[in-house]
Design a binder for this molecule. Structure first.
Ligand SMILES: [Zn+2]
Length: 132
């Protein structure tokens, strides 16, 4: 199993980044409640020495991820209104408490149960926002 330095980013970390980012693609802004609908995008690309640190990782939908390729992040962000500010805020926030929460969910509900719990929570949050 990975120690965190290889190519593999473990589930709790991956999901925690998506939760930190509000289950929103940080480029185009689309919100999808399923943590498995996203990819992690490296702001500084792996091919240019970018690491797996949380401040280098943002939530991306599949469309944006394949569109961007190795474009500089600020250049790609300039294509979407609000993306640059969204990303600058996201990368300053710690994922520590989200990671703890995701780990707790996985250990008590299993992988699939945790995924469903996160989907349900995201939907409830979206509905609550619509009502205000
Ligand atoms: Zn997107």
């Amino acid at each position: 199993m990975s120690t965190g330095s290889g190519n593999w980013i473990r589930q709790p970390k991956r999901w925690a980044v998506h939760v930190r980012d509000g289950l929103r693609c940080q480029w185009c802004g689309v919100v999808i409640p399923d943590v498995e609908s996203y990819t992690l995008d490296h702001l500084r690309p792996r091919s240019q020495g970018g690491g797996h640190g949380e401040s280098n990782l943002v939530t991306s939908c599949h469309g944006c991820n394949s569109l961007r390729r190795d474009m500089a992040w600020w250049e790609f962000a300039s294509l979407f209104p609000g993306a640059r500010g969204r990303i600058e805020r996201a990368r300053r926030r710690s994922i520590a408490r989200h990671r703890k929460m995701v780990k707790r969910l996985i250990s008590s509900l299993g992988y699939q149960g945790a995924r469903e719990a996160l989907i349900q929570e995201a939907q409830e949050r979206a509905e609550a926002q619509e009502m205000t």
